[in-house]
Design a protein around this ligand. Structure first.
Ligand SMILES: [Zn+2]
Length: 468
C-alpha cells in the first residue's frame, strides 16, 4: 500500500528538574551527582511511619513555569501515589499529581503555531540504577528530587517542531532561573509519543523514553516515523509500545509493551493535604516573571536594530544575551560589534566547544578592539589576524597600541617622498589617468609598513594633488 496523505502526530512529556536546594518532600540536598546514597533520609527512602512535607520553593518554581506557559492554575491541586515495582523506587510508589494537577490548559507559540499544554504538575524523581557486568546497583540520591512535568497535546507535526519547542522551553526555564535545563545532565528529559494518521484513521502510538539530547530527539523521531510508515505500507499494524533509543545503532527498540494507566493503581496520597494556591500567590509570582525569551528577542531587534535571525541566535543562550547587552554599552559602533560577535566570536566558541563565559578575550578587551576598529585605528587587511592573535594570547591588548598608524606628520612626509619619487606616475594622474592612484597608495602604505589606512592615504594624496 502506498502511504500518501499521512500525517505525523507527536505529543510530548517533559520532565524537568527544579532548581531547589532540598528535595520535594524532605530536607535532603537535591544534589545527585555526589557519592551514592549520601543525600538520603527515612522520608525519601520511604520508611514506614514518616510524613512527607511539601517543598514551598518547588511549588513557586513550578507555578512560575505554568504561568509562563500561559496555563490556568488549579486553586486546589492534589497529590497521588503512582504504584509500580521497580528497584529505583524504594517506597513502591511515586508521589505525583494526577487528577487535579497544579496547572492545565496552557500553550506556547512556536513560529506562530500554538502548541497546547495539557498539564503542568509536580512529582518526585526516582533513584538511579547502575548496571555493571554482574550486578545492578542503586543510588537513591536522586529519589525525591523535585520535577515538574509538562504534558503537551499531540500538536506537533514534525521532529523539527518538537526540537524548536524544547529549545524555547529550555530558554524559558533558564530565563526564569527555575532549572538548569541541561539535557545531558538529565535535568531535562523528553519522552515523545508518535503515531501516524492516514485516511483520518490514527494508528497506535509508541512512546520513546528518556531522550537526553536534541540530536537524539530529532533522530529518534525521524527513525520512528519512517519505521511506522513502513509498517503501515506493508499493511501491518503498529502495536502500542514503550521504546528506547539505541544511539549507537540509530534505531528504536522495544523496552516493554505499553502498560495501561490502571496498571499504576493511582490513589490519593493520604499523607499530603491538598495544595491550595491563592490569588495573591499567583499575582506575586506573575510580578516576578520579568522578561521571557520571546519578549527579549523583540526588544533586542527594536533596541539595537539587529536582524531577527541574529536576535534569535543571541537569545537562545541567556549568558550570551547578557554578554551582548553589556557589550553594546561599551562599543561605539553597535552594528560592527554585533557582526563581530555573531561571525567571529560564535565561530571560535564553536571551534573550541566553549561557552561565552569561557571566551579567552575579556569583554573590556573585546570592546577596546572593536572601538579601535571603528575608529580606523587598526591596520586594514590584518584585522582578523590581529583578533585571532588576541584570542590566542599571542599578543596583548597593550600591543594594539603599537599597531596604531604612524602620526599624521609621518604620513605627510612619506606621501611627499613618494610623490617626489614617482613624478612620472603623478604626471599620468594629472593628465587624467586617475587609476594610477592605487599604485601611489600602495607605495605609501608599504613604506608605512601597513600601519596606515589606505582610504585615509587616498584622501590625503588626492588633496595634495588637487591643490597643486
Ligand atoms: Zn530525604
Amino acid at each position: 500500500m502506498e502511504l500518501n496523505n499521512y500525517e505525523v502526530i507527536i505529543g510530548l512529556e517533559i520532565h524537568c528538574q527544579l532548581k531547589t536546594n532540598s528535595k520535594l518532600f524532605c530536607s535532603c540536598p537535591a544534589e545527585f551527582e555526589k557519592e551514592p546514597n549520601i543525600n538520603v533520609c527515612p522520608i525519601c527512602l520511604g520508611f514506614p511511619g514518616v510524613l512527607p512535607v511539601l517543598n514551598k520553593k518547588a511549588v513557586e518554581l513550578a507555578l512560575k513555569l505554568a504561568l509562563a506557559l500561559n496555563c490556568e492554575i488549579n486553586k486546589k491541586s492534589t497529590f497521588a501515589r503512582k504504584h509500580y515495582f521497580y528497584p529505583d523506587l524504594p517506597k513502591g510508589y511515586q508521589i505525583t499529581q494526577y487528577k487535579e494537577p497544579l496547572a492545565y490548559n496552557g500553550y506556547l507559540l512556536i513560529d506562530n503555531k500554538k502548541i497546547r499544554i495539557r498539564r503542568v504538575h509536580l512529582e518526585e524523581d526516582s533513584g538511579k540504577l547502575i548496571h555493571t557486568a554482574n550486578e545492578t546497583l542503586v543510588d537513591f540520591n536522586r529519589a525525591g528530587v523535585p520535577l515538574v512535568e509538562i504534558v503537551t497535546e499531540p500538536d506537533f507535526r514534525s521532529p523539527k517542531e518538537v526540537v524548536s519547542f524544547i529549545e524555547e522551553l529550555k530558554a524559558i526555564l533558564i530565563y526564569l532561573d527555575i532549572s538548569d535545563a541541561d539535557m545531558e545532565k538529565g535535568n531535562l528529559r523528553c519522552e515523545p509519543n508518535i503515531s501516524l494518521r492516514y485516511n483520518n484513521y490514527p494508528s497506535e502510538r509508541r512512546e520513546i523514553k528518556n531522550l537526553n539530547s536534541l540530536k537524539n530527539v530529532y533522530q529518534a523521531l525521524e527513525y520512528e516515523i519512517g519505521y511506522q510508515k513502513s509498517l503501515l505500507e506493508k499493511g501491518k499494524k503498529v502495536e502500542r509500545a514503550t521504546l528506547l533509543w539505541n544511539e549507537k545503532e540509530k534505531r528504536t527498540e522495544i523496552m516493554r509493551a505499553k502498560e495501561e494507566e490502571e496498571d499504576y493503581r493511582y490513589f490519593p496520597e493520604p499523607d499530603l493535604p491538598p495544595l491550595i494556591i491563592r490569588e495573591e500567590d499567583i499575582l506575586k509570582i506573575k510580578e516576578e516573571i520579568k522578561e521571557l525569551p520571546k519578549e527579549r528577542k523583540e526588544r533586542l531587534i527594536r533596541e539595537y536594530n539587529i536582524k531577527e535571525e541574529f536576535a534569535e541566535i543571541i537569545i537562545r543562550d541567556k549568558n550570551l544575551c547578557d554578554y551582548y547587552e553589556n557589550l553594546m554599552k561599551l562599543v561605539k559602533d553597535k552594528n560592527l560589534a554585533t557582526n563581530w560577535l555573531i561571525n567571529e566570536v560564535l565561530r571560535i566558541l564553536n571551534e573550541k566547544n566553549i561557552k561565552i563565559n569561557d571566551f579567552p578575550l575579556k569583554m573590556e578587551e573585546f570592546s577596546y578592539f572593536l572601538n579601535l576598529l571603528s575608529d580606523n585605528k587598526l591596520p586594514m587587511g590584518n584585522i582578523k589576524k590581529i583578533f585571532y592573535e588576541l584570542v590566542e594570547k599571542k599578543i596583548t591588548i597593550k600591543d594594539l597600541a603599537t599597531l596604531l598608524p604612524e602620526k599624521k606628520e609621518d604620513w605627510d612626509r612619506v606621501i611627499f617622498e613618494v610623490l617626489e619619487k614617482e613624478k612620472e606616475v603623478v604626471e599620468k594622474y594629472k593628465k587624467g589617468k586617475k587609476g594610477v592612484i592605487g599604485y601611489l597608495i600602495g607605495q605609501v602604505v608599504k613604506k608605512l609598513e601597513g600601519k596606515a589606512d589606505p582610504r585615509k592615504v587616498k584622501e590625503k594624496i588626492i588633496k595634495i594633488l588637487e591643490e597643486d
